[in-house]
Ligand binder design. Structure first.
Ligand code: UD1
Length: 366
């Protein structure tokens, strides 16, 4: 029996871990240990996602919590190393690009535990993004790199990663959506907020580059208020953004705008219900660029670059700055229905399980 640690840490991880957890636990050759690092800990940033995805209580909870990058990364490393020394997994699967992804990869590389990275190869080429550092280092350490799109393979090969380690498996987040599609469609969130399908926008904002800089945040909020003069906007507030709005005394301005509805962060099912009915999504998230590409919903991304260029070339995503936001919403083009990128088909977890099983075979029979 092969022990596989599956690392869950922060909100954007849970939808990547869930389909894989459910697929791996069907297999007789492996035992899955679900490890939560505790990077996100609020009920609506963590527990509610476990509930939506029918994930059990984690087998191990490292309880690390927030802190500076060094504190958080080091905290996860110390706690996860202890866990591995007490009970060593054969494989560790890390997902995405958060600090815990990097921390657990480093621990495993030093302990000689094999690491597989799901969602490998994405690059924004912007090293001011903490996630870009996490992606580069994690990919340089991983024994197996599962990519969501072919640009991921190209990036890894250009960085000198041996071809045999790289496998194009597709986008696991589409598995999550398809897994819960019926519940998302049946969910009542649009109704409860009194929204007309196609008659509102949704904004999510949390990147340090947008919210930690007071001037930038003020410009974004100014642009958002103009958009909201004509289109009702739902704004689920990430904890980081809530704090920054208050520090910059912008919270009152947002609250006073009749067109903007501030709400607490939503878990997956209610959030995707909002996305499904939206006229436009305004975001700086990575995952939402992909979900809107799959669903053919216009997405305006408030960033200068993206590690997911396929969402621009094959999807409905546009990168823009706050100065262009109002125009961007006014001149929205409803994307033509088109085929999603290859392997964005809800079957990525199966391909990952197959790939891992093959690697395990190779290891057991050298
Ligand atoms: C992290 C990830 C980012 C991801 C985002 C999604 C890194 C470097 N960043 O950023 O890639 O897109 O999660 O949310 O790993 N907080 C709470 N409750 C929580 C979690 C956080 O109140 O459950 C507050 C804390 O004050 C914390 C702040 O939010 O200091 C930021 O949290 P943190 O995990 O450091 O980074 P995120 O901005 O969430």
């Amino acid at each position: 029996m092969v022990t596989v640690d599956l690392i869950a840490a922060a909100r954007p991880n849970f939808m990547k871990v869930a389909p894989l957890y459910h697929a791996l636990t069907q297999e007789s050759w492996c035992r899955v240990r679900l490890v939560h690092t505790g990077q996100h800990y609020d009920k609506n940033m963590s527990d509610d996602f476990f509930k939506d995805f029918s994930l059990p209580k984690p087998d191990v909870h490292l309880g690390v919590g927030s802190g500076t990058h060094a504190e958080q990364t080091a905290g996860v490393m110390i706690a996860y190393e202890r866990t591995c020394m007490e009970s060593r997994p054969d494989w560790t699967v890390v997902v995405g690009d958060v600090n815990s992804t990097l921390a657990c990869s480093l621990v495993c590389a030093k302990l000689g535990i094999r690491v597989a990275h799901l969602e490998a190869g994405l690059r924004s080429r912007d090293r001011t993004m903490p996630e870009e550092i996490n992606r580069i280092v994690t990919d340089s350490l991983a024994d197996v790199l599962w990519t969501p799109s072919v640009d991921g393979n190209e990036n890894l090969i250009a960085e000198g990663i041996p071809k045999e380690r790289i496998e194009f498996v597709g986008n696991i987040m589409i598995d999550s959506f398809e897994m819960l599609r019926d519940k998302i469609v049946a969910d009542d969130t649009q109704n409860a907020l009194g929204l007309d399908p196609g008659g509102y926008g949704v904004i999510t904002l949390h990147r340090p580059s947008n919210v930690d800089d007071h001037e930038k945040l003020e410009t974004i909020i100014g642009a958002l208020c103009k958009v909201a003069d004509d289109l009702p906007i739902i704004f689920p507030l990430h904890p980081r953004t809530r704090v920054r709005l208050a520090e910059s005394s912008l919270d009152a301005r947002v609250e006073a705008h009749a067109g903007i509805t501030l709400i607490e962060p939503l878990s997956y099912i209610p959030f995707m219900n909002l996305v499904l009915g939206a006229k436009v999504i305004i975001t700086d998230s990575g995952g939402i660029q992909e979900e809107t590409t799959y669903l053919g919903i216009p997405c305006l991304t408030l960033r200068e670059n993206t590690e997911r260029p396929i969402t621009v070339s094959q999807g409905s995503n546009h990168l823009l700055g706050p100065a262009d936001l109002e125009d961007g919403v006014r001149t929205l083009v409803i994307p033509q229905a088109q085929r999603p990128p290859r392997y964005w088909d809800g079957k990525t977890a199966n391909r990952v399980v197959e790939s891992l099983r093959r690697k395990v075979d190779i290891r057991l029979e050298p």
